[in-house]
Write a protein that binds this ligand. Structure first.
Ligand code: BDP
Length: 596
């Protein structure tokens, strides 16, 4: 799905701002009508949870309502107009003048609704959006709703971040021509100094397709026509990690000599490949440094914020990081566009986090119920996961910064049924995108001899906490244990491996001369221990620390005002570990440290 843009033939009106807001006590009020009876207003984009002081709103389980007036520009007659939601977490129903016009399930991918027939150009309409935050065994991510005898609904889930909800990304009204570019797909390669941009254009009607590729100085470097083809670029400048270069592919539709639609797409020419135990970008072995992140800031929750976007990237660059993972859901498209421009490498993850009832059972590894079964996570969950994968790959397939898809975080891959659940999803992802490697983040309960799905994937992303959840305050024992496990993965699979999570909760300002968990010194020592091990294992192709910054979680006995594994605090102040990482990463760059 193309990101909306203003072009010569398209217009975009932002609906961001303050909307009337109310929570709804009814479980499934339908149909709904009339003016929202409320004094509350909520900011869009923002999660609604932390905006208000009322804990009933923060902890509300079910539907909330957003409402505002919208005037459709008079000049839009003759075109189609759409409502576009960059995300509504986790389900939405949309009403124009109290008429249901559409909806969407899935809280981290966009959707659009054609409202041309119900909202004529030049008129004002009342736009009402119902958003539901419930997670069940058939949503991605999954969760459980418990209803008490008094009817009180409680949400639980097995992922370790707060279930922020609402309209956390931009909402816009867009006008597009009736015959238009519906989608564009590009893949790139190069041979010597000649780049190749393979393109396919989908349209909504009959028109001649013209494409033009310009470089950053605006010079046309290749042109073509037809729905699909290959454009060759002489003396190509590659998109490189740390050194982005973007061409622009201008797609035009012509009818009888007139341009009826035009759409520009940023294109980076680069290749990605897994060969043996190496991860190659542009044929060169690449070593990932960086973080698992979250979309998480005070007050906004998961609300997208350009100021934090810029600042977070500045901090990553300062730390010498060359990459991050969109743990544990697709991020706002602005983030990927920025990564494209800044040359930061992205591992793009689905929202399938918490497919693991062993974690729900506590850190025992003994699930009370099997994770994969018709009663728990079965065919319907898998179908929701597949649909989410389709929406993610369709949205993000053209970003040069995205080098790999992560299909899930810490699923119970050592349990019966894991292979039956994941095999079709891996097949689907490869059909949707044959160009990018696939991975999943491996939970600590899944070992080289018990994991049932590792062979299906290209890269093994390993989440491990030796020195924290295992061997806390005993890094001397943690070190050989970590090393021996990583060696076993390397020997058994011969694939590239990366540490996709390793980290220790740390209270900023706490210090100790001993190995004391929660101290800033311990976080640094923990990371250094891990690094010594990684540098001894040739198959390691990267390290992403958990987490970039402290973040909000649900209440739990092991969480003090959220998860404190951030290398930066929630307000982005560095802990001592930030300097430890900076010293290492600025010295190693994009290449693997010499194996010792
Ligand atoms: C891992 C999860 C991550 C958690 C982290 C932790 O992938 O979401 O936040 O552990 O416990 O299991 O800090």
């Amino acid at each position: 799905m193309l990101k909306p843009r203003t072009t010569a033939t398209r217009e975009l009106l932002s609906l961001d701002g303050l909307w009337r807001f109310a929570t709804d006590a009814s479980v499934n009020r339908q149909p709904w009508a009339s003016l929202l009876d409320t004094k509350l207003e909520a900011a869009v984009p923002s999660s609604y949870n932390d905006l208000f002081v009322d804990s009933a709103i923060r902890n509300h389980v079910g539907w909330v309502w957003y409402q505002r007036q919208v005037r459709i520009p008079r000049s839009w007659s003759g075109d189609r107009h759409f409502l576009r939601f960059d995300a509504a977490t986790h389900e939405a129903r949309v009403y124009v003048n109290d008429v249901l016009v559409g909806g969407h399930v899935g809280g981290y991918t966009p959707f659009e609704i054609d409202i041309t027939e119900v909202a004529q150009a030049g008129t004002e309409v009342r736009l009402t959006v119902a958003v539901n935050n419930e997670l069940t065994n058939v949503t991605v991510p999954p969760g459980t709703i418990t209803v008490a005898a008094n009817g009180k609904r409680t949400q639980s889930y097995s992922h370790d971040f707060y279930n922020y909800a609402g309209l956390a990304r931009s909402v816009s009204l867009v006008s597009v021509p009736a015959v238009r570019v519906a989608d564009v797909t590009v893949t790139t390669t190069y041979e010597g100094t000649v780049g190749a941009v393979d393109y396919t254009v989908e349209t909504t009607g009959d028109a001649d397709v013209h494409v033009r590729l310009t470089d950053e100085s605006g010079t046309v470097v290749a042109e073509g026509s037809g729905d699909s083809g290959v454009l060759h670029v002489q003396d190509v400048t590659l998109w490189q990690p740390g050194s982005a270069y973007l061409y622009t592919l201008d797609v035009e539709l012509h009818q009888g000599g007139a341009v009826v639609d035009s759409y520009p797409l940023a294109v980076g020419v680069r290749t990605v490949e897994v060969r043996g135990a190496e991860f190659l970008i542009n044929g060169e072995p690449f070593y990932f440094t960086g973080f698992g992140k979250h979309e998480d800031t005070a007050v906004r929750g998961k609300g997208h914020d350009d100021a934090y976007l810029v600042h977070d990237f500045q901090l990553m660059e300062w730390a010498g990081a060359n990459s991050f993972r969109t743990s544990h859901y697709p991020y706002a498209e602005e983030v990927l566009e920025f990564a494209d421009r800044q040359g930061i490498v992205v591992i793009n993850e689905t929202a399938a986090v918490g497919l693991n009832l062993a974690v729900v059972a506590g850190l025992t590894g003994m699930p009370q119920k099997p994770t994969f079964s018709p009663e728990t996570y079965g065919a319907e969950t898998q179908a929701a996961h597949a649909q989410h994968l389709r929406e993610l790959i369709t949205r993000d397939k053209n970003h040069p910064s995205v080098v790999m898809w992560s299909i899930a975080n810490e699923p119970s891959s050592n349990e019966e049924g894991a292979r039956e659940y994941f095999e079709p999803l891996v097949k689907l992802a490869r059909e949707l995108d044959p160009t990018r490697p696939l991975t999943y983040a491996i939970v600590m309960f899944a070992m080289p001899d018990t994991d049932k799905i590792a062979d299906l994937f290209d890269v093994l992303s390993i989440n491990r906490y030796y020195g924290w959840y295992i061997d806390i305050a005993d890094l001397a024992s943690a070190e050989p244990r970590l090393e021996s496990e990583l060696q076993r993965w390397a020997e058994k699979f011969g694939k590239p491996m990366m540490m996709s999570e390793y980290g220790a909760d740390t209270l900023t300002g706490m210090h100790s001369v001993w190995d004391r968990p929660w101290s800033e010194e311990y976080q640094s020592a923990f990371l250094e221990m891990n690094h010594r091990v990684f540098d001894r294992i040739p198959a390691m192709v990267g390290e992403q620390v958990w987490n970039f910054a402290d973040f909000e979680t649900g209440p739990a006995i092991h969480r003090v005002d959220g998860n404190k594994k951030g290398v930066f605090t929630r307000d982005r102040k560095p802990k001592a570990a930030a300097h430890t990482l900076r010293a290492r990463w600025t010295s190693i760059g994009n290449s693997k440290p010499k194996t010792q």
